[in-house]
Design a protein. Structure first.
Length: 303
């Protein structure tokens, strides 16, 4: 039985790697050893699994059918191993997480550091970037993303929090220019706006039963960093549309004041994403559960 499983694993690796030579490199075997293992497997099954030429190998029809069954069997084995791991009481191993730069630093990382402090066997590898990464290709266990998610059947998602937006300005600006009371009044004010690759982002406000209302305020200050926008607004340069978590401390200190507070602010969902797998390792599940339980509080939704 052990030899059979070894042959199956080599066969699957040969298909995934695109050839015997590449599989040999991945498995730290000789190309000859891979070829002999596949030959023994074909002899036992009494069928040819690969079409072979001097330069390449491709699956036969029987080979394709067998490959799909082998993948399911190996996934079951991996799932059993992951289930055993998830049953262990100690959270341990390497946890690699991708997250937006500023949001990750302010809100996500402190929570994951608490997890690491509780479990000395846990190794954290945190990647701070606003770039959307490929989790599988990048070797990530988990990603945290804000806003709309694209379609990706290879990933599982869970909403762990919501990010609420607010309009704010400094007391000095509001004293000099007045306080806007309606959304239409925003057109009379200066603003500091966020740009993404040179394109200013509209301010969005929810409407019952309809798409969000898009407003592009007049602005001569366009930044691609949210914290710089908050600082400019606090310096009296205009109104800003920002996440509540980012400006919470400045509002509490009186450096910024919320305006249009009686108008509902847009809410973006915050999701945890991870590669699809029969069973989650305990370290990944623990991180997701801890974020779901604590992230909203860390984002200052008590404004």
């Amino acid at each position: 039985m052990t030899d059979r499983l070894a042959g199956v694993a080599v066969f699957v690796e040969a298909v995934d790697a695109g050839g015997f030579a590449a599989a040999a490199t991945r498995l730290n075997l000789s190309r000859s050893a891979v070829g002999k293992t596949i030959a023994r497997l074909e002899e036992r099954l009494a069928t040819r699994l690969f079409h072979r030429t001097t330069r390449s190998q491709s699956l036969t029809e029987d080979g394709q059918i067998y490959y799909e069954r082998c993948l399911r069997a190996l996934d079951e084995i991996k799932g059993g191993e992951a289930m055993l791991e998830s049953g262990r009481r100690e959270v341990s191993g390497r946890l690699r997480v991708s997250m937006p730069f500023l949001f990750g630093r302010h809100c996500v990382a402190p929570i994951l550091l608490r997890l690491a402090a509780r479990h000395p066997g846990l190794e954290l590898d945190l990647n701070f970037s606003d770039r959307v990464v490929d989790l599988v290709e990048g070797g990530f266990d988990l990603a945290i993303r804000n806003g709309h998610l694209g379609e990706d059947a290879s990933l599982i998602t869970r909403r762990v929090a919501q990010q609420r937006m607010t309009v704010c300005a400094s007391p000095a600006y509001l004293e000099a220019h007045g306080v806007p009371r309606t959304l239409s009044a925003l057109a009379e004010h200066d603003a500091v706006t966020y740009t993404n690759r040179g394109h200013p982002q509209e301010w969005l406000f929810p409407q019952p039963g309809a798409a969000p209302l898009e407003i592009m305020p007049k602005s001569r200050l366009h930044f691609d960093a949210l914290d710089a926008i908050a600082d400019a607004a606090a310096a009296g340069m205009g109104l800003a549309w920002l996440p509540c978590w980012l400006v919470a401390s400045q509002i509490r200190r009186g450096e910024l004041v919320r305006v249009l507070a009686d108008i509902p602010g847009l809410v973006f969902n915050v999701h945890a994403l991870w590669p699809k797998s029969p069973h989650l390792p305990l370290r990944v599940r623990s991180a997701i559960d801890l974020l779901a339980a604590n992230l909203s509080k860390a984002m200052g939704h008590d404004l």
